[in-house]
Structures are given as structure tokens and as C-alpha cells.
Design a protein around this ligand. Structure first.
Ligand code: HEM
Length: 540
């Protein structure tokens, strides 16, 4: 720059008044280089602002979704949804139900390329059997595992993986596991007895969260990798893999909404740093991965050394060893295990805890539930079997109502409209649009479930109740319906029957005041008070 300035002065030399030369020299001294960091940043911001304005104008004028109603900000930027997801801690679905759909109707533009659809029949159109509406890559690829049953977007990969897994989760296979589930339920009861004894009377205040997570974790880990953790027999019921799973849930919105940022954070804060800084959501994911990879390594090593006990205690192969037997690649098997154990744990544990709350808050239902269980198992010391419980219409109605009211997977499950477009809820939707629909919305549709917030098992026992079954979509629907549904039913029927046959549950005064606070992280997650309940023995 100094050279160019002296050239500039030199060029003018002799043609200008000395004063001009002087001021030109001063100008050159003051002049800043053009390519400073500040200028580059300004230019970048300017570029971003102009690009944003042009994109925003396009989104509200010529974009294929321009004519769909919705809040102005939501039409021009995804920040609108991010606000409810991140700043408001998982309140987008609730916001749509309470405010957007009443104001704009059943189809609302909630992001530039997303429509939220609140129409219970349309749910089945979109979540149907076949390959028409595929999982949205923008959301599911955030899990960074394109070859797992849960997050595979490519329908051919998904079909192949489900083909391998389906037989391992059929009702007949799952039922072989019932003795394990009954054994774990008995351990839960033993711990409750211990707590009541410690309290020195007939009742106690029971912290249930860890107990129920440990119950499900033991069942699922036994089923998936024949893991023997024995957490229910340990004083603190802690295990790294279990704790990792629980914390990893908090990272779901970041992974699904801002996958690049999630990736960058993971790289910026590798495991040891994340542990030091107490970043539970990041350490949780790492611990989950380490844990499942460790299980696959163990199974492979046992296979090589010929020490693999191919069967778990009940003569049932574990899912992972079965997959390896079928020639599945070990790396993929480990990734699959992450999803299987994650999906099995969070949803089942949530459903049991939230159902205990509902039954404790609705004492009439709890009493009838207990009486039915007593009929099935007159001897208090014996456990109600899955088949007994399932064939009792009131017990089955409690489980259905529990799955409806507590809705474990409450967030949006985005699907992509096929390229040719489709007619949904009476409107033509352009191809490529992302369709956000939520099970929570179907379960709380007052046209189908009048007074939807009420926990009312009787609604499933009316002469015309059969038609309601179509709208109990707690496990999703269509081709991507939950793989572990039968295992979940087994856990729920056996677990809840064991608890309510033997004990009466009540809410604490604090819980009565606060109610059941929760939020949505794709899956429902507890907020507010811990799920602690007053528990006392049933007389007989
Ligand atoms: C009460 C318990 C459970 C509930 C409410 C539940 C609910 C759901 C829902 C709604 C979906 C669809 C998600 C989507 O469309 O993105 C799903 C998928 C899935 N669930 Fe479950 N689930 C439960 C238990 C389990 C268990 C015990 C397993 C066992 C391993 C499991 C494994 C899976 C898998 C692998 C998928 C992906 C299926 C696919 O896309 O093909 N779930 N679950």
C-alpha cells in the first residue's frame, strides 16, 4: 500500500499545488488497507443480509408453499421453529396445537419448506405402508446412521434391515422372553419392599425414575445383547451405558434440527473435555456408542474363542448375535444396537412412569385396575402373566389409554411428500414438501377422543370403541411402525400389573399441585418434580 501511495504522489508530482501533494500524502497515511478482517466481516454480513432478503421475498412470493397460511416469520426462516424447540425447550408441537392450528386451520406452514398437518385421518395417509412418503433426510440423517432400522431414509436399505430384524421382534419370539421380564419385575418388587421396610411401616415415598429405567434397561439389554448388568441388584442402580442413554435424549433436538452444529460441537468437545465441562448430552452419546461397541466386541471375541453362550438364560438368541450369525457387518450391528437400546429404553420407561402418575391421579381407575388384577391373580405373591393381562378387557383398556394419554413419541415425525405431490386433508401439497405430523396431535384430537386430556380407560370399552383403535398410534403406523412394539407391550403389561397388583400409588401434595410437567425432545421428557410417588401395600 505504501508503494502505491508513493506512486500516486509521484504521478502527480509537478502537476499539482504542493498543498495538494501534502494532503494527498496525509490521505495515504490515513488510508486503511481494503482487505482487513473488519471489511471482510462486513462484506460477509452484507452478503448474508442481501441473500436473506432475496430468499425471504422468494419464500413469500414464488415458493411452492407461498399460498399456505402460517406466521410470517415461519414462512421466511426456520428460526421460528428453532425458537420454540430450543429457547422454549421443546414446545413447538404444543404451540401448533394451542395457537397455530386454531388460527390457521389444519395445514400450517411452520418452516419455509415444512407444513404441519393436524388431521388424524391424514396421519394414516402419510404414515402408511409402502414407500410413498419417506422419512425426511433433513431430520433423520442428523442421527448420522443411514443404515439403521430407525434412521435409514433409503427405503431399500430400510427394507433389508427390517427384513433381518422383524423375526427377532415377532410376538412369538418376544414371548420367549417373558420369564426374564417376570424375573426383573420381581426384582423391582423386592426393591420396593426394601424401601417400605426401611421407612419402617406400610408405606414409603418411592423415587421411581431410576427403578423403572433399570427395569427396562435390564430387559432390553438382555434381549438385545445378552448383557448381564444386574443393575437392579446394585445399591445405586447406576451404569455408564444407562446413564449415557438417559443424557443422550437431551441432545436429540440439536441432532435432528441442527445436525452440522451438533457435529461441530462433538468435534470441539471430545469426550474427555465434555466430561470435564459436565456436558452431559455430549458425554451421554459417546458413552452410549462406547457401550454398544463394547458389547459387539465382546460378542465377536466370544464367538472367536468359542465361549459365546449363544442363548440367553431362556434359550432365546440375543438380537446382536443373531444379526452377526446372519452375516451382518459388525460396525453396522453396533450402530443398530445404539438405536435398539435407545428406543427400547426411553419410550417404555416414560410410558410406565407417566402411567403410574395417571393411575395415582385417577384413583377410581386405579381401584378398578387393581380389582381386575386381583381376579387374574388371587394370590398376591403370584405375578400376572402377559397373556392373562392382555386378555382382560379393562387391563387392556388401561394400557391403550396409557399409551394414548402419555404419548411417548410426541414430537414431529417428518416425512417428505413424493415428487408428484399429493392431496392431503383436501389440499394439494407440492412434491418435496416436508410434512410434520405428531402422534400427540392424533391422541389429543377432541373429535376422536372427547375430553382428550382425561385419563379414561372406559372410552375403549364402549360398543363402538373398536373404531378408536385406528387412532391409537403410539407406536406409529405403516411401514415405519415401531419394531419393538411387542417387547414394549410385554414390559408394560407385566410391569404395570406387578406394581398395581401389590401396591397402591398416591401423589405427593407437591405433585398434586404441580401436575405432570413434561416437554418434547422428539420423545416426551420429564420436567419439574421427579416422578416420586407414595406407595403402600395392598392388604390382599
Ligand atoms: C412404549 C414403548 C415404545 C413406544 C411408544 C415406541 C414408539 C415408536 C414410534 C412412534 C416409532 C416411529 C418413529 C418414527 O416414525 O420416526 C418407533 C420406531 C421404532 N421403535 Fe419403538 N417404541 C417403543 C418401544 C420400542 C422398543 C422396546 C424397541 C426395541 C428395540 C423399539 C424400537 C424401535 C425401532 C427400531 C424403531 C424404528 C422402526 C423403523 O423405522 O422401521 N421401540 N417406536
Amino acid at each position: 500500500m505504501a508503494t502505491s501511495c508513493s506512486n500516486f504522489v509521484g504521478l502527480l508530482d509537478g502537476k499539482l499545488h504542493p498543498n495538494h501533494i501534502d494532503s494527498a500524502q496525509k490521505y495515504c497515511e490515513r488510508a486503511q488497507p481494503l482487505l482487513t478482517l473488519r471489511n471482510v466481516a462486513l462484506a460477509f454480513l452484507l452478503y448474508q443480509a442481501v441473500a436473506f432478503i432475496i430468499t425471504a421475498i422468494y419464500r413469500i412470493t414464488f415458493h411452492p408453499l407461498a399460498k399456505f397460511p402460517g406466521p410470517f416469520l415461519a414462512k421466511i426462516t426456520p428460526l421460528y421453529e428453532y425458537y420454540y424447540t430450543f429457547v422454549k425447550d421443546g414446545k413447538m408441537v404444543q404451540h401448533c396445537m394451542d395457537n397455530l392450528h386454531p388460527q390457521y386451520g389444519p395445514i400450517v406452514r411452520t418452516m419455509p419448506n415444512h407444513l404441519t398437518i393436524n388431521d388424524s385421518d391424514a396421519f394414516h395417509e402419510v404414515h402408511s405402508v409402502g414407500m410413498k412418503y419417506l422419512k425426511d433426510p433433513g431430520f433423520y440423517e442428523g442421527f448420522r446412521c443411514p443404515d439403521s432400522s430407525f434412521s435409514a431414509v433409503d427405503p431399500y436399505i430400510h427394507r433389508k434391515v427390517r427384513g433381518l430384524l422383524n423375526p427377532m421382534f415377532s410376538k412369538a419370539t418376544v414371548l420367549k422372553h417373558e420369564p426374564v421380564v417376570l424375573e426383573k419385575a420381581a426384582l423391582v418388587v423386592k426393591r420396593i419392599e426394601g424401601e417400605i421396610e426401611k421407612a419402617g411401616g406400610n408405606q414409603t415415598l418411592l423415587a421411581m425414575r431410576r427403578l423403572i429405567y433399570a427395569y427396562i434397561f435390564e430387559i432390553a439389554s438382555d434381549y438385545i445383547f445378552a448383557g448381564k448388568y444386574d443393575i437392579l441388584n446394585q445399591p445405586d442402580m447406576k451404569h455408564r451405558l444407562l446413564d449415557g442413554l438417559v443424557s443422550a435424549v437431551e441432545a436429540l433436538p440439536m441432532a435432528t434440527h441442527l445436525p452440522t452444529l451438533a457435529y461441530v460441537l462433538e468435534k470441539l468437545f471430545p469426550y474427555p473435555v465434555a466430561v470435564k465441562l459436565g456436558l452431559d448430552a455430549l458425554t451421554g452419546q459417546a458413552e452410549l456408542r462406547q457401550g454398544t461397541h463394547g458389547e459387539v466386541k465382546r460378542i465377536l471375541a466370544e464367538r472367536e474363542s468359542g465361549t459365546l453362550k449363544k442363548k440367553t438364560i431362556q434359550g432365546k438368541p440375543s438380537v446382536l448375535s443373531d444379526l452377526l450369525d446372519k452375516g451382518d457387518e459388525p460396525g453396522r450391528v453396533a450402530r443398530e444396537a445404539n438405536f435398539l437400546i435407545g428406543a427400547a429404553l426411553e419410550e417404555s420407561a416414560w410410558t410406565i412412569l407417566a402411567t403410574v402418575y395417571q393411575l395415582a391421579a385417577n384413583k377410581d381407575c386405579q381401584q378398578r385396575f387393581y380389582e381386575e388384577l386381583k381376579q387374574l391373580s388371587p394370590n398376591k405373591e403370584e405375578y400376572v402373566s402377559f397373556q392373562q393381562a392382555e386378555s382382560n378387557s379393562y387391563v387392556a383398556a388401561v394400557i391403550k389409554e396409557a399409551l394414548r394419554v402419555t404419548t411417548s413419541v410426541s414430537g414431529f415425525l417428518p416425512r417428505v411428500c413424493p415428487p408428484e405431490g399429493a392431496t392431503i386433508a383436501g389440499k394439494h401439497i407440492p412434491g418435496g414438501t416436508v410434512l410434520d405430523m405428531s402422534i400427540y396431535m392424533v391422541h389429543n384430537d377432541p373429535k376422536i377422543f372427547p375430553n382428550p386430556k382425561k385419563f379414561d380407560p372406559e372410552r375403549w370399552l364402549q360398543p363402538n370403541s373398536k373404531k378408536l383403535d385406528r387412532y391409537m398410534v403410539g407406536f406409529g403406523a405403516g411401514t415405519r411402525i415401531c419394531l419393538g412394539m411387542q417387547l414394549a407391550y410385554l414390559n408394560l403389561y407385566v410391569g404395570l400389573s406387578a406394581l398395581f397388583r401389590k401396591y397402591e400409588f398416591d401423589l405427593t401434595e407437591e405433585m398434586k399441585k404441580e401436575g405432570w410437567l413434561w416437554t418434547e425432545k422428539m420423545v416426551s421428557t420429564k420436567r419439574g418434580l421427579e416422578p416420586d410417588f407414595l406407595v403402600k401395600h395392598r392388604e390382599d
